[in-house]
Ligand binder design. Structure first.
Ligand SMILES: Cc1cc2nc3c(=O)[nH]c(=O)nc-3n(C[C@H](O)[C@H](O)[C@H](O)COP(=O)(O)OP(=O)(O)OC[C@H]3O[C@@H](n4cnc5c(N)ncnc54)[C@H](O)[C@@H]3O)c2cc1C
Length: 404
């Protein structure tokens, strides 16, 4: 096994990345794979088993169905990246070919108000070349006879570039390839950050081991810990760890066709998961939780999830729970959207935070974007500036209506 060193080999680096899971590794890979970048990179990860990271507890699905054009474009690049993964990994023959299991997403509306939002979103998605269809309840029933649509008015559905993908393989290859490109990963914990006397840059990074480091640029890729890291230099970041439950279940009799990732009006989502099915939801009471709180409320399955599954798909009356877990979203309380780019005053501090429930699909576009910001001091492909920190300071949400 490739064990990580605990101690850094240098005292000074060009880039220090806090957190070595999905975002730390995406940014490390995009930087180190760019011929225009020749700097040194240190990734500091406190738990290389990643057991409690969002990355390991994800559901790993991708969709085009967003209401903001930039979020659609980010996922379109995500889909292109997944479908051409080996090609993006420099045609390394050891890298597996990936694709999206495109069962599509199905947003269901039970109120006129939400049906109207779906119609508006479908227009925005269509204008960005996504294949979303706005469907009436009877059209949904015709295509998917297993749904109970008695309380449904309409739905949005898209079978192109929407569904499950093997995100874990992408994460592992980014990490492995970044290390091969001389990115240094260490098992250690950032315990504090020190500002310069003028307060406009971070002067040093302090580790639990007692080491003190300096660098040109620091990236906060610490997932649900993002506000804890930011608070070390007095920044208030509205990102909270929030629990999200996942349940894998077996049906006594499988549905006739793949189950789209269905977003039920109750807020519960369900989809095919190989020979099984997967459902997910927030708890009814959804507060900020402690970083180490992964306690599981077993009543949620029986009292909340199963009855809704059986209502929406009567065939799910007979099901058996096979597996379940709880994970933490890095939940952006202001607008559930990403926070990406430099701090407004602390000039060497970059955010890659607040991805809530859609960070996996965004990791190719945002890893690439942050590498551009570091190397060229600007976004060169997709303009990610709507996700900047100044909106957080101004408390001006960048509203995305399609949030799961
Ligand atoms: C249940 C669930 C389902 C999801 N489903 C989807 C989905 O279907 N599609 C989708 O696109 N997204 C989904 N997401 C979101 C996606 O998984 C996350 O946005 C993404 O994995 C975030 O990666 P990250 O690297 O930012 O955070 P994390 O994976 O949490 O990594 C942060 C890392 O930082 C480390 N760290 C923290 N503090 C320190 C410190 N002081 N020093 C050193 N290291 C530190 C941690 O140990 C951790 O490894 C889901 C998330 C959850 C929880």
């Amino acid at each position: 096994m490739n064990r990580l060193l605990e101690y850094p080999t240098h005292q000074n680096y060009d880039i220090i990345i806090i957190g070595g899971a999905l975002y730390g590794s995406s940014i490390a890979w995009f930087l180190s794979n760019n011929p225009d970048f020749s700097g040194t990179i240190l990734v500091i990860e406190k738990d290389p088993s990643y057991e409690f990271s969002s990355t390991i507890r994800t559901n790993s699905c991708i969709r085009q169905q967003f209401s903001q054009k930039i979020n659609i474009e980010i996922s379109q690049f995500g889909a292109h990246y997944i479908n051409n993964f080996r090609n993006f990994m420099n045609n390394n023959p050891q890298v597996p070919e990936l694709n999206i299991q495109a069962f599509g997403y199905m947003y269901l509306a039970s109120t006129k108000k939400f049906a109207k939002i779906l119609k508006q979103n479908q227009k925005i998605q269509q204008a960005s070349n996504s294949k979303t269809r706005f469907m009436t309840a009877s059209e949904i029933k015709r295509q998917y006879p297993f749904y109970n649509v008695d309380d449904i008015i309409a739905g949005n559905h898209n079978l192109v570039d929407e569904g499950y993908f093997d995100g874990n393989t992408i994460f592992n290859w980014w990490k492995k390839s970044a290390k091969k490109n001389n990115v240094e990963y260490i098992k250690n914990e950032v315990s504090s950050l020190k500002l310069s006397n003028r307060g406009n840059s971070i002067e040093s990074v302090h580790l639990k081991s007692g080491d003190q480091l300096s660098c040109n640029t620091i990236v906060n890729a610490s997932g649900p810990y993002a506000s804890k890291i930011s608070s070390m230099i007095g920044i208030k970041l509205p990102v909270e760890p929030r629990k999200r439950y996942s349940f894998v279940f077996q049906a006594e009799k499988n549905l006739q066709k793949l189950l789209p990732l269905t977003i039920d009006p109750s807020g519960i989502h369900m989809r095919s998961d190989g020979q099984y099915y997967l459902a997910g939801c927030p708890p009814d009471h959804d507060p900020r939780v402690d970083y180490n709180d992964f306690s599981f409320d077993h009543s949620i399955w029986e009292d909340k999830v199963w009855p809704i599954l059986a209502h929406r798909i009567p065939q799910f009356e007979s099901i058996r729970l096979k597996n379940s877990w709880v994970g933490h979203y890095a939940y952006n309380v202001l607008d559930q959207n990403a926070i990406v780019g430099y701090h407004t005053k602390i000039k060497n501090f970059i955010f890659a935070n607040g991805f809530s429930g859609h960070g996996f699909q965004q990791s190719p576009a945002i890893g690439r974007g942050i590498s551009e910001l570091i190397i060229y001091n600007q976004f060169k492909t997709l303009d990610l500036s709507p996700f900047n920190f100044s909106r957080i300071e101004a408390k001006e949400p960048f509203i995305e209506t399609a949030i799961i």
